[in-house]
Design a protein around this ligand. Structure first.
Ligand SMILES: [Zn+2]
Ligand SMILES: [Zn+2]
Length: 269
């Protein structure tokens, strides 16, 4: 049965904890048909790092792409080579440069921090106005989708990962209007929606986004759904993909998409 993980980080991402070879071997072992590697390209030049943190290194495009081009010859798993473009609206020139730095198969769009704030993984949620942070997050995510230049929108409500880990909760329905506008814009611009499985076995215990927003995307005319584990280490490659396909079917979709040369290829699920 077809199974693709379209969001994987390896040693070429500053926070990746697996080698390229390990990612491919695990993909074979867990029965993935296809993988898409999506190394980080943060467009805001370390602006979201607290003082004292080790600076994030820029993606070495040549080393990255050459390694995976070679690995294609060693495995029956189809390998697509992509990037995760973070905060493109906070560094549009750099974003443009990275988008055209290689013939990418796939580009994920993401937002890991709002302007003048740390990355959401560094925020002290107990001493912060979560409602305000989320409102700004969705405003700037809308701006990111407006700017475009990517194939699929990843982790629609990214901050929940860290808010729940901090022992707090959030009622996302308070932001339904903003989420609706973002999903509507994605559908209109033929940008995909990623179902991110990384929080399924975490405190949040659901996909990002879950069933309600997958259904909303479909009702708004969205057609392109991609699925990714957001694995940063080999044990997590392929996790939750089958479960995500079940949820996607419940939301009324019969196909998911992978990307080749930035063109969607649809697969029945
Ligand atoms: Zn991300
Ligand atoms: Zn990622």
């Amino acid at each position: 049965m077809f199974k693709a993980d379209c969001h994987i980080h390896t040693e070429f991402s500053f926070d990746g904890h697996q080698t390229a070879q390990e990612a491919v071997r695990v993909a074979e072992k867990v029965g993935l048909t296809e993988i898409t590697i999506t190394e980080h390209c943060e467009c805001n030049d370390n602006a979201a790092l607290p003082p004292g943190e080790e600076p994030w290194t820029d993606l070495d495009v040549a080393a990255y792409t050459k390694t995976f081009e070679k690995l294609r010859e060693t495995t029956p798993v189809k390998i697509n080579i992509g990037i995760e473009l973070g905060q493109a609206a906070q560094g549009p020139e750099y974003a443009k440069k990275m988008v055209s730095a290689y013939k990418w198969d796939f580009i994920l769009g993401s937002l890991h921090n709002v302007r003048n704030e740390y990355d959401f993984c560094y925020i002290d949620y107990k001493n912060n106005d979560i409602k305000k942070l989320f409102t700004e997050y969705f405003e700037q995510l809308y701006e990111t989708v407006m700017l475009g230049g990517f194939s699929s929108l990843t982790h629609l409500y990214y901050p929940v990962r860290y808010i729940y880990r901090a022992g707090l909760t959030v009622d996302l329905s308070a932001f339904d209007e903003q989420i609706h506008a973002i999903l509507e814009l994605c559908a209109k611009k033929d940008i995909g929606l990623e179902i991110n499985t990384s929080t399924l076995d975490d405190k949040f215990a659901d996909f990002v986004p879950g069933l309600k927003y997958a259904e909303m995307f479909r009702a708004l005319g969205g057609k392109i759904i991609t699925v990714g584990s957001d694995a940063h280490r080999s044990q997590r490659v392929g996790l939750g993909i089958s479960e995500a396909y079940e949820m996607i079917k419940r939301a009324g979709f019969s196909e998911i998409a992978t990307f080749e040369n930035r063109i969607p290829v649809f697969h029945k699920i």
